[in-house]
Design a protein around this ligand. Sequence first.
Ligand SMILES: NC(=O)c1cc2c(N)ncc(C(N)=O)c2s1
Length: 325
Amino acid sequence: VPVSQLSLAAAKKEIVPLRKQLTQWGKEYYEQDNPSVEDYVYDRAYQRLVELETQFPELKSADSPTQRVGGAVTTQLTKVRHDIPMLSMGDVFSVDELMDFNRRQQDNGDVTVEPEYNLELKIDGLSLSLVYENGKLVQGSTRGNGTIGEDVTANVMTIKSIPHELPEPLTLEFRGECYMPKASFVKLNEEREAAGLPVFANPRNAAAGSLRQLDPKVTAKRDLATFMYYVPEYQKLGVTTQAGALDRMRELGFSVNPNNRVVHNEAEIAAYIDEYTAQRDQLSYGIDGIVEKVNDLATENALGNTIKVPRWEIAYKFPPEEQAT
Ligand SMILES: NC(=O)c1cc2c(N)ncc(C(N)=O)c2s1
């Protein structure tokens, strides 16, 4: 039933169990790296809760999953505060919705947004922050709940694609995705099966479970990989566009996904989405969508973020894959 046709009583009846269900799923996803439902199930339920709370603000409650970015952080790893929050992203599920987002973004009233976007693959892993001081890697951390993450410095030191030292003495944070290649995931689960250990449900959980280890020697054996994609203080890189920032990260020795593309209109956006929807199964790593970013970084800065998500980037999520029988 559309939220607009619900009575307050009916909304209350629906919102309570929905909130409990999302809190439970959130715990599984953020704390146990073992969600019991596909992302799209969670996303759809979350969207419904947002609609209900928007239509009936008197039903909003501080402990609602919509009032927190990400889940709670509960592991023995030490905590790290992200001075610049690691935000999640808004989602859209169709090209039409994506075009609506772009139109609203351009009609925002005070920031002129040139229709030039950088499209990137949305890697199915977990967010990673790397901090360098004078070109040396000093800290690695997870997103956690967006403000408080977990320190995984010793673990990231074992990941081959992460440079310990940059060719320039930069003091800067770099963000990206830590993921496990599909082939490594299959091999790891075969080994775990043979050893009578519980298997991981998907590569994302395997990456999260492998990165958030207390023992770096375990991480070292897990064949983790990275694609770096964002520099919060991009001004220090001497670039003006997101595409330029990716090139600079390649120059610095980071692993950066090669499939980004600068586009200027709906046809090019739709073509990119079709291309990678078709290629999804052939890629050696998991992707669950596309990330569209405003290419001009000054514009990105001017647009800024809402309390929970950036205004300058959006995720287009693929329809769920048919589960392999
Ligand atoms: N802001 C986020 O939560 C992002 C999440 C992701 C992801 N999982 N994969 C790729 C990108 C990208 N290329 O920007 C982003 S951005």
